[in-house]
Ligand binder design. Structure first.
Ligand code: MN
Ligand code: MN
Length: 269
């Protein structure tokens, strides 16, 4: 039976504006496993015995956190199951993808976000959560990058899109019948601020004019190639209201897991 691995990456040292995302995994898990909610995905999988929680990466020891993330993600991927990482801020996607790419020579990233996260440099920190996709594309950790939901684009970002051949679907251009035309296995990078803050207020950078929860789930449900790994990032519990955004993160986790099982051909196996 195909399982789904979970790994918490409670790290927010590279957040540019507000810390807090490191507290997210501890807030998402109770929502995920709460008896208040169904464990069935919309794609028809009972996730009760499908989720294998590998706990949180422990950053208390000395050493480079990027090496630790890459090593721990690589270790969890060894078991061969699709993986969902719980951030943390968006900076973690870079070392996560270093590990994922080693196993997937063909890979498309579907990145949902209000922001491109493509700054060549920001506050002199190459690891800034405003920059992971610049680093990811420089290191050729994906063949295609598709960004959806953007609504904060500046001229520097447009230069970066050209430099790296990024496919951008701005929030202003979003439509419910988007066709992604995917050709390779997929990595989903889900920044919760891609959603409108009306749906997900618990983020460090609330950007109005975003996607609905339904639009994000429906977009994920259009993926017709194997979803091999994903991250859900940028929940900031200090900004959340009544755990609303943690609940949205848990719902998106279940729907990504349900699509991982569907695209893995795991129908009931
Ligand atoms: Mn982001
Ligand atoms: Mn963002």
């Amino acid at each position: 039976m195909t399982k789904i691995s979970l790994l918490g990456i409670p790290h927010d040292d590279n957040s540019s504006f507000a810390k807090g995302a490191a507290q997210a995994p501890a807030k998402i898990r109770p929502e995920l496993f709460s008896d208040a909610y169904s464990m069935w995905s919309e794609t028809g999988f009972d996730l009760t015995d499908r989720l294998v929680d590998h706990g949180d990466i422990d950053f208390s020891a000395a050493g480079d956190p990027w090496e630790l993330i890459k090593r721990e993600v690589g270790r969890v991927l060894e078991c061969g199951d699709p993986l969902i990482c719980l951030g943390g801020d968006h900076a973690i996607s870079w070392p996560v993808l270093r590990a994922v790419r080693r196993r997937h020579p063909n890979l498309t990233i579907l990145h949902i976000d209000a922001h491109p996260d493509m700054y060549d440099a920001y506050q002199d920190n190459p690891r800034s959560h405003t920059s992971p996709f610049a680093r990811i594309m420089e290191e050729r950790l994906a063949d295609r990058l598709i960004q959806v939901g953007l609504r904060t684009i500046n001229d520097h970002h447009r230069d970066q899109f050209k430099r790296f051949g990024v496919e951008v679907i701005e929030a202003a251009r979003f439509s419910d019948d988007l066709k992604l035309d995917l050709k390779t296995p997929v990595y989903i990078s889900m920044d919760l601020d891609g959603l409108d803050p009306a749906f997900a207020p618990g983020v460090s950078h609330r950007e109005p004019g975003g996607l609905t929860t339904r639009q994000v789930i429906s977009l994920i449900q259009t993926v017709d190639k194997p979803i091999v790994a994903a991250d859900i990032v940028e929940l900031n519990p200090a900004r959340d209201i009544s755990n609303l955004t943690a609940g949205v993160a848990a719902k998106l986790l279940k729907e990504i897991a349900g699509m991982m099982l569907r695209t893995a051909g795991g129908g009931g196996e």
